[in-house]
Design a protein around this ligand. Structure first.
Ligand code: DAH
Length: 341
């Protein structure tokens, strides 16, 4: 019996020393000292001992029990200390590590171009108007002298909201000409930038949504000379004093006469290069004298007042200005792209 108890003590102490957590310690306690534990079942056999042997055995049993208990308590303290230490280490805050930077956005190249244009026009006394992207067909087309049978009104080109094709996503910023003429006192000098929508598939040069800037002057005695002088001034402020421009005849339903403005390629000086697609010239905008019918549609007497207008794509301007070769980059808002400008 004595040997058995000593063996149990050795086993228990060894197990306690090997235990790596308090749960294991607890199961060791149950195994050796619990009600159905090993020591208890040995002690139950005391009854079979002689009266002389019993006290010595009892004493030894108590010694061993308290020894195991002492070992358990000691191990528990060590393990708990170690656990606390580990937690302190894993949850420690290192105040010397540099903080993580807050990422700040970046001005969009197209908006840099727009801001520049706004500054130039505001400097010349133009006001900036904002108009609705959901527009009436009347304003987007009819009042702009673009009647029902005009190809630009095809449902394959335009996003309509209603069966009767009365409400649509504006295909151009030109309806702002009408809104300005209907709402503003004369004379008018205005620009109006914003989003426009057409049924185009996305590729390197097309997008179903893009941006335009519209401009218009209505006053007494306004001529094509004013149009040319003003637009030449704007172009020179953007592209430099020595920029060469050319006005080509064109057709728009809402202007008469109409023209397109090209600049001589600033990359190759007109010889032809990839930037101007070998043309030597870069098309910049459409413009013209506001059609007398359009003036009349807005209640303005074309015998007293005249005006000029222009419309320009903003993306194309930014692509040209910053030599960007894919329109999609303009919309992706990838900071690695934006931060280059
Ligand atoms: N709205 C025309 C377009 O989207 C551009 C344009 C041409 C606007 C001539 C004008 C203009 O104001 O006078 O193609």
């Amino acid at each position: 019996m004595k040997d058995l108890m000593k063996k149990l003590r050795e086993q228990a102490v060894e197990a306690i020393h090997e235990a790596q957590d308090v749960e294991t310690l607890e199961s060791i306690r149950v195994k050796y000292l619990g009600k159905k534990g090993e020591m208890t079942s040995v002690l139950k056999k005391m009854g079979s001992l002689s009266a002389e042997e019993r006290p010595a055995m009892g004493k030894l049993a108590n010694e061993i029990k308290s020894e195991i208990e002492e070992e358990l308590a000691q191990s528990r303290r060590t393990l708990e200390e170690r656990m606390l230490q580990r937690r302190l280490e894993s949850e420690a805050v290192d105040v010397t590590i540099p903080g993580s930077r807050i990422a700040i956005g970046h001005e969009h190249p197209m908006y840099s171009v727009l801001d520049k244009l706004k500054d130039i026009f505001v400097g010349m006394g133009f006001e900036i108007l904002e108009g609705p992207e959901v527009e009436l067909a009347d304003y987007n087309f009819t009042k702009l002298n673009t009647p029902e049978n005009h190809p630009a009104r095809e449902w394959t080109d335009t996003f309509y909201f209603t069966e009767d094709s009365n409400i649509l996503l504006r295909t151009q910023t030109s309806p702002m000409q009408i809104r300005a003429m209907e709402e503003k006192p004369l004379p008018i000098r205005m620009i109006s930038p914003g989003r426009v929508y057409r049924k185009d598939e996305v590729d390197a040069t097309h997008s179903p949504m893009f941006h335009q800037i519209e401009g218009m002057v209505i006053d007494k005695g306004v001529t094509m000379g004013d149009l040319k002088a003003t637009l030449n001034l704007v172009v020179k402020q953007i592209y430099g004093e020595n920029t060469v421009t050319r006005f080509r005849p064109h057709h728009f339903p809402f202007t008469e006469p109409s023209c397109e403005l090209d600049i001589r390629c600033h990359k190759c000086g007109g010889k032809g290069c990839p930037t101007c697609k070998g043309e030597g010239w870069i098309e910049l905008l459409g413009a013209g004298m506001v059609h007398p019918k359009v003036l009349r549609n807005c209640g303005i007497d074309p015998d007293v007042y005249s005006g000029w207008a222009f419309g320009m794509g903003l993306e194309r301007l930014a692509l040209g200005e910053y030599k960007i070769n894919d329109l999609r980059l303009i919309y992706e808002n990838d900071k690695r792209f934006l931060e280059q400008f």
